[in-house]
Design a protein around this ligand. Structure first.
Ligand SMILES: Nc1ncnc2c1ncn2[C@@H]1O[C@H](COP(=O)(O)OP(=O)(O)O)[C@@H](O)[C@H]1O
Ligand SMILES: [Mg+2]
Length: 69
């Protein structure tokens, strides 16, 4: 029996920088609670904003497994 083909993937060294959010992204991050609807097209920074909103909540003490209060 032949041995299986294996691939060894290595994470490339990428330096990531914390984005400077624009005014609207920052308003989303600063939203204190309750329902919030964000309307935005592709490539406008929704995922970036969501990540920073989660970072903010974890920094504020929310458990990482439950960031939405
Ligand atoms: N405030 C920002 N400053 C610099 N680059 C940003 C900012 N917000 C988003 N980007 C960049 O714009 C691109 C699209 O952002 P992304 O969050 O993936 O958008 P969406 O989720 O709306 O498609 C990505 O390359 C992201 O890094
Ligand atoms: Mg996205």
């Amino acid at each position: 029996m032949s041995s299986p083909t294996t691939y060894h993937l290595v994470r490339p060294h990428v330096v990531t920088e914390i984005p400077t959010l624009d005014e609207h992204q920052q308003q989303v991050v600063d939203h204190a609670g309750g329902p919030l609807l964000v309307l935005a097209g592709p490539g406008t920074g929704k995922t970036t904003t969501l990540v920073e909103a989660i970072v903010r909540r974890i920094d504020d003490g929310a458990p990482p497994t439950r960031c939405w209060r």
